[in-house]
Design a binder for this molecule. Sequence first.
Ligand SMILES: NC(=O)c1ccc[n+]([C@@H]2O[C@H](COP(=O)([O-])OP(=O)(O)OC[C@H]3O[C@@H](n4cnc5c(N)ncnc54)[C@H](O)[C@@H]3O)[C@@H](O)[C@H]2O)c1
Length: 693
Amino acid sequence: MTQKISDSKKIVGVFYKANEYASKNPNFLGCVENALGIRNWLESLGHHYIVTDDKEGPDCELEKHIPDLHVLISTPFHPAYVTAERIKKAKNLQLLLTAGIGSDHIDLQAAAAAGLTVAEVTGSNVVSVAEDELMRILILMRNFVPGYNQVVNGEWNVAGIAYRAYDLEGKTVGTVGAGRIGKLLLQRLKPFGCNLLYHDRLQMGPEMEKETGAKYVESLDEMLPKCDVVVVNTPLTEKTRGMFNKEMIGKMKKGVLIVNNARGAIMDRQAVVEAVESGHIGGYSGDVWDPQPAPKDHPWRYMPNQAMTPHISGTTIDAQLRYAAGTKDMLEKYFKGEDFPAQNYIVKDGELAPQYSLQDSSPLPVTEKMSEYKASLTNKPCVGKMNGKSEDKPLPSSLALETEKPEGEKATVEVEYIESENLNDVEDADAVLKSVLAGLDSKDWVSVCDALNNVRRLSIFHKDAMLHMLEKVIPLVVKSLKNPRSAVCKTACMTSADIFCAYNDHITDLLDSLLTQLLLKSSQDKRFVCESADKALTSMTSYVSPTLLLPKLQPCLKNRNPRIRAKASLCFSRSVPRLGVEGIKEYGIDELVQAAASQLSDQLPESREAARTVLLELQTVYEKAHPLIKPDTASSSPEEEHNPEAEPITWEIFCQSKLSALSAQAVLRVTNVVAVTTRDGLVTTGSSSSSQL
Ligand SMILES: NC(=O)c1ccc[n+]([C@@H]2O[C@H](COP(=O)([O-])OP(=O)(O)OC[C@H]3O[C@@H](n4cnc5c(N)ncnc54)[C@H](O)[C@@H]3O)[C@@H](O)[C@H]2O)c1
């Protein structure tokens, strides 16, 4: 979407109505009445903004605007169903925005065919949903709902609840789909001591598997019979629609508990009812229905052992603030003719995002297949070269990298990626030093991979000899990071990691472009490239001194791309503790607190989490060092300097003096000092840091 869009647009928002609740909380933005908080802004730009909850039937309010609207915003909580028929009628329609996650209320194939853009606020409510799922698992496991009903109905019957209430500890929980929500759920489940499994079209990286302790099960058929609890976390696509039918449910353990906050239509409605009634499903909970709002006679309302709610998990006030901000951001970009963050697109330029596409491929392997690679190159056994061995050494049978094909036929090449500790020294260092730059600049991607691996070997075994060449080597490594071939990118990421390890502060002047590319690669590429880029960033934060690195990272915290901000935040949170108490003091605690505070309201949970980590670290350092570290304002007060009895400057006062009132409140909430907002918007006081000093 590059064309300049400057004229007045008709924008229609379809949200749920809040009636008497609309004015109860100023941050309740996701309703008709508050219209995402963007009315004044849109109207000040000359756009026409219509908001309604009336979305069904030929005479509804939405239908009236279909012929001439340009942009339609909707939420999954009260979805405006955008059928092929509506798309056909919508002659001016250009953009469909989902304020939230999940755009299955739109006929995506029809939208793609009509050249429309569909985008959502990816990541905006994933924490909200993961927390809610955890709650539902516990509610089902402990048989909570009948207990609550007894209390409301004036009854008391412990046995009626206890006979089917269990501990979560020791149970097997499997998530079908381990994307953003699935991973957050696994992280939250880890402390409960469950046996965690996951099935996804993509296996997650070894670091995340280690962190969550979850095991990948490639086949759903294999995972389902093992689970005491099944949680659904995939989008609704042509592949997942009706996925849990009678046969699939039959594969689950008798008494299985199911939590589904993903989409109602992933389940076969009647199969669920029958399995719950027969006891095959021991309990079913979720907030998603098909259709929405659920009609009064929807059978899930009346089946036993259910803990259903309306669609609420992703529309907490915190989530609303995030998806309202994300929607505004995309509208702003649309008006300027700029691209959205890549991960937000569901349909772009006539194409569906991979997981929605019928052509979506199976899991990405650890090695990358290059099926288009010409046989003319196949007499170069690249594993032998990559491993520093002579080219004609027979390949180990498990690592057959190339298939012998007659001349001219296409063959498959798999590239092996060698961990640093398994790399061998080069045979002739001088010769390799002379040829390595030409190799890095070669047009033949296999030669580039070879050269990159030689750079890795030289940095490990001949560090000093390559030092003077870094000025030329690093720009070529950056060039390789931009290479469209994933194999080259991944090898370049591995090379970067080894360079950081060997040369640490020697490359600071060359760091900027390497850092930018690695942040980009770690946030938007094939998963196996992202993982390598992540490792390179970890190597960078481990070896490059934080005083040199932090000034380079700080601007990246403000990058327009939220995924890049998230990765930069993570690096920032790893680098700050490496400064140590004295280093933090020298660097300027004010600056670090301000940088971290700005990330607390970021769109992505990863950025917010990293900011929390940094702020807790800074609070500890501040309190340890105090009164060694005083804010500038404190030392500038002569009265205080001369008064040994002066009150110590607490973390709380420090934050209030350095940050805006709102920012200080957010920081103090995170660092557990004051200002815990209750459900009614009242502010209560938590522990005060002054008491700790
Ligand atoms: N109830 C709510 O309020 C609410 C809020 C947000 C999202 N959601 C739903 O949750 C879904 C997941 O959200 P997310 O942010 O985690 O999305 P995500 O894209 O980060 O993760 C989805 C995961 O599902 C996997 N997947 C897709 N198709 C699959 C298939 N056929 N088989 C196995 N795995 C498959 C993907 O590989 C990916 O890892 C959304 O699409 C939406 O429908 C509900």
